[in-house]
Ligand binder design. Structure first.
Ligand code: FDP
Length: 344
């Protein structure tokens, strides 16, 4: 079996940023192994610790453990200039002249910790742009040098791209080594499976309501075939399914306060997932714009996110376009000018 360490050696190109990825992912793979073992051992990992993260979410014990572990690994790797985490208000400056900037969700899917459902760590790797390091992660996703997520589930897995396709690795629990399972994942262009939190349906804007209504009509509706819903509620788990058998995932903006631009974060959730998805032949958008072209305006900014099988992402976005033409407005999957969803 080919190991992650062996595969990373192909990055020995003499280019500093590329070679730094070897040290980074060697360190992060060891950390993911450690976090995976902490999770398997159980304990009071979902207890709230009385603190809040950048967005006012109550932090759980495992959020803080994972953040501490990945921050320590970033420091030890000696290749990270700044570490921007969901669990920290501001970027942590590590080594001003180091080549890489990390944006990270150390523990994605926190609400699933106590129910033994897959959770993970999402990582975006950017070049160090110099200048004000507090702003160093504020780069468009197309600048990413690498993106990855680890999944702590029945198996511990790693989806990784360094810009040359997306590969899947699985951790061997006896040694902690990550072994290559699939090279060059291809997300099927078509699908009959979609993922969205349907409990928000009454809050969705009109294009999302119309798109999902058409899927629900199945073979009696305009799509002329039946669709299946799958929603795990951990981005890493829903994304894993889509990498393996296709599908479309939607977390659109909606009418709830603070959800105008959806729930997911641009720089450490949407961008890395979008890079991995595009490298696997899929598409990722906010309904109007390619995620990887969105200029960030704040470290913890949210974005609407639609990704997965290319044809289905295009279908979903066609509802947005119709509405934009009809109302001469933009961005209805995200912030919009209506005060309430269209009444049926
Ligand atoms: P969580 O808050 O549990 O960390 O990243 C946020 C996230 O989970 C995603 O993993 C998941 O897709 C989404 O939120 C679920 O949101 P809802 O609870 O609103 O469905």
């Amino acid at each position: 079996m080919v190991t992650l360490n062996a595969r990373l050696q192909s990055l020995k190109t003499g280019r500093e940023q590329q070679e730094a990825l070897i040290d980074l992912f060697t360190a992060f793979a060891d950390t993911a192994c450690k976090v995976s073992r902490i999770i398997s051992a159980g304990g009071e990992l979902s207890d709230t610790i009385g603190a809040q993260n950048s967005d006012g979410d109550a932090q759980k014990a495992l959020d803080v453990i994972a953040d501490d572990e990945f921050l320590a690994a970033a420091r030890a790797s000696r290749v990270v200039a700044t570490y921007c985490s969901e669990e920290q208000d501001r970027a942590v400056v590590i080594e001003e002249s180091a080549p890489l900037v990390i944006a990270i969700d150390p523990l994605d899917g926190s609400s699933n910790i106590d129910v033994n459902v897959s959770i993970g760590t999402i990582i975006s790797v950017l070049p160090n742009p110099g200048g004000d390091l507090q702003q160093s992660a504020m780069q468009t996703g197309s600048n990413q040098l690498a993106a990855a997520f680890f999944v702590y589930g029945p198996q511990t897995t790693l989806y990784l791209t360094t810009g040359n396709g997306t590969d899947l690795y699985r951790m061997d629990p006896s040694t902690g080594a990550f072994l290559l399972v699939k090279e060059g994942i291809e997300i099927p262009a078509e699908t009959s499976e979609y993922a969205i939190n349907g409990s928000n349906a009454r809050q969705w804007y009109s294009p999302v309501q119309r798109y999902i209504s058409d899927l629900l009509l199945g073979d009696e509706g305009p799509r002329e075939r039946n669709f299946n819903t799958r929603w795990i509620g951990s981005l890493v788990a829903d994304a894993s399914r889509i990498f393996n058998r296709g599908g479309v995932f939607l977390y659109p903006g909606d009418c709830r306060p603070k959800y105008e631009n959806g729930r997911l974060r641009l720089i450490y959730e949407a961008n890395p997932v979008a890079f991995l998805v595009e490298q696997a032949g899929g598409a990722a958008t906010d309904g109007v714009m390619r995620i990887l072209e969105k200029p960030p305006t704040a470290i913890h900014e949210r974005t609407a996110l639609i990704f997965g099988s290319k044809m289905e992402v295009n279908w979903a976005c066609s509802y947005e376009e119709e509405t934009c033409q009809a109302f001469d407005q933009a961005g209805l999957f995200g912030r919009h000018n209506f005060s309430a969803p269209e009444q049926k």
